[in-house]
Design a protein around this ligand. Structure first.
Ligand code: NAD
Length: 481
């Protein structure tokens, strides 16, 4: 079945409609050209979407069994896989991702659907020993209407780990994609409709953060909110939800470290060190931008990294080079601000290049490697969200841990050592939601619970853990009488 993916409008209650907030331009970050428009929702549209979700809960969607929900998600997964190529091109054009990355994002979405389709009817309750004459059991129920506010860097993957997990548990969802990257969310809604998702189970309200996003965050009809994005907006969303007594999952930024010890397998580590810093042009919350290297291998690692960074090329998404452009002129200006500070204070070990012939209107930044970065430097502390990697030397394990934990963030960490005891100590002592030992999975593995500590947020997405966060546990105490 071929589904039309290029949709326009808001998706509310099973219908496409215009937004009362007018229209917003769609830019291709590879060229800077305006390539279309999306509808802008206002607070009234958001209200209509929440109402449609509520109606779905008391209608066809709410009546489906867990097994039927799983089958529906499996059909949707098949449709996503069948439309992988057009979906990848939509994402590449809208976000500026190299096609390889866009294809990987589609594969990840299909895998989320496969995983959660299988999990839908396997979320079990417990029986709890209690007083004589009682049987106590627990059951997991949907929260009701869930709101999902997502960023522009991995729209398809974040839809997979947030919206798909919410639907798995029987919630009805209202999705607010980022204004810079909404097209794949609309395409996903079209595929969901074709898979047979009942009207109102998934609603998509495109539009601005300070109107549509704020209206969703503060809507009294929302029962749970999942927010992925920046710290300051996350704090606003949490405050708005708090006024309604609503729980929030916050997936915020990161400044993830990779720790390379003298005994590490460097040949294995090097490709991970480069890829984890520049994947998606560094616009990855779990980008490992801080590379902490023990003194004995420091110079070797820096030389090898410098050689690899110098060979990297940024270019248009469709050219499928090492990295694409940044999402917008605003993000590029932000990254250039960090770079100017780095050039003034730090040693520049290597710089990649921008492909010859790359459109001048595209938002390209050549990848950069700085060395000798002290822990109190703004580049060490701040989330750059661009293709910039930093190397800092350490002497021993205690110093490595102190450096790893020296920022407000705690999302992911990579540890490279052959020493088994040290692996276990670091897994315990590094502040992060995920620790990868002798590998690094920037966001990888749909099965693996993911989320932050500290300024990286709270709550977990992905894996079975996401299903627990997207449901409410009810305890039923039955007295036999
Ligand atoms: P952002 O916070 O500006 O925007 C995220 C979303 O929030 C967008 O949909 C936006 O429209 C909406 N929004 C903006 N203002 C709002 C408001 N006042 N009320 C409600 N919603 C509002 O973030 P961004 O610039 O799109 O994304 C970059 C940031 O996101 C980085 O800090 C990055 O680390 C983080 N991020 C985190 C993860 C993760 O899983 N931890 C994943 C991707 C991105």
């Amino acid at each position: 079945m071929a589904v039309e993916l290029n949709r326009d409008g808001l998706r509310i209650g099973g219908a496409w409609r215009a937004g009362a907030g007018g229209r917003l331009p769609v830019e291709n970050p590879s060229t800077g050209d305006c390539v279309g428009e999306i509808a802008a929702a206002d607070a009234g549209d958001v209200d209509a979407a929440v109402s449609a979700a509520r109606i779905a809960l008391s209608g066809d969607w709410g009546r489906l069994s867990a097994t039927e929900r799983g089958r529906l998600l499996a059909r949707l997964g098949t449709l996503v896989a069948e439309h992988a190529e057009p979906l990848a091109h939509i994402e590449a054009r809208d976000v500026g991702k190299p096609l390889r990355q866009a294809r990987a994002d589609v594969t990840a979405l299909a895998r989320y659907l496969e995983f959660y389709a299988g999990a839908a009817d396997k979320v079990l309750g417990e029986t709890i020993p209690y007083l004589p004459g009682y049987t106590v059991h627990t059951r997991r129920e949907p929260h009701g209407v869930t709101g999902h506010i997502i960023p522009w860097n991995y729209p398809l993957q974040i839809i997979g780990r947030s919206v798909v997990a919410a639907l798995t548990m029987g919630n009805a969802a209202v999705l607010k994609p980022a204004e810079d990257a909404s097209l794949s969310a609309l395409a996903f809604a079209a595929l969901a409709e074709a898979a047979g998702l009942p009207p109102g189970a998934l609603n998509v309200v495109t539009g601005r953060g300070d109107t549509a996003g704020a209206a969703l965050a503060g809507h009294p009809g929302i029962n749970h909110l999942s927010f992925t994005g920046s710290g300051p907006v996350g704090a606003q969303v949490q405050a708005a939800a708090g006024r309604n007594g609503v729980g929030v999952t916050l997936e915020l930024g990161g400044k993830s470290p990779q720790l390379v010890f003298d005994d590490a397998d460097l040949e294995k580590a090097l490709p991970f060190l480069v890829a984890a810093a520049i994947q998606n042009a560094g616009q990855t919350c779990s980008a490992a931008s801080r590379i902490l290297v023990q003194r004995g291998v420091h110079d070797r690692v820096v030389a090898a990294l410098a050689e690899r960074f110098a060979a990297l090329t940024a270019g248009p998404a469709e050219a499928d080079l090492d990295l694409g452009p940044l999402i917008s002129a605003k993000q590029r200006a932000r990254v250039q601000g960090f770079l100017a500070q780095g050039r003034a204070d730090l040693a520049l070990a290597a710089e990649g290049r921008i492909a010859e012939g790359a459109p001048p209107g595209g938002h390209y930044v050549a990848p950069v490697l700085f060395t000798g970065v002290p822990a109190d430097h703004p580049l060490f502390q701040g989330e750059i969200f661009g293709p910039v990697a930093l190397v800092t030397a350490f002497d021993d394990e205690a110093q490595a841990i102190a450096l790893a934990n020296a920022t407000r963030y705690g999302l992911v960490a990579g540890v490279w050592t052959r020493d088994g005891d040290r692996q276990m100590r670091l897994a315990r002592d590094v502040h992060a939601g995920q620790v990868f030992i002798n590998n690094y999975g920037a966001g990888g593995g749909v099965e693996l619970p993911f989320g932050g500590v500290g300024a990286s947020g709270h709550g977990r997405e992905k894996g079975l853990e996401a299903l627990y966060g997207l449901s409410a546990l009810k305890t039923v105490a039955h007295h036999h009488g």
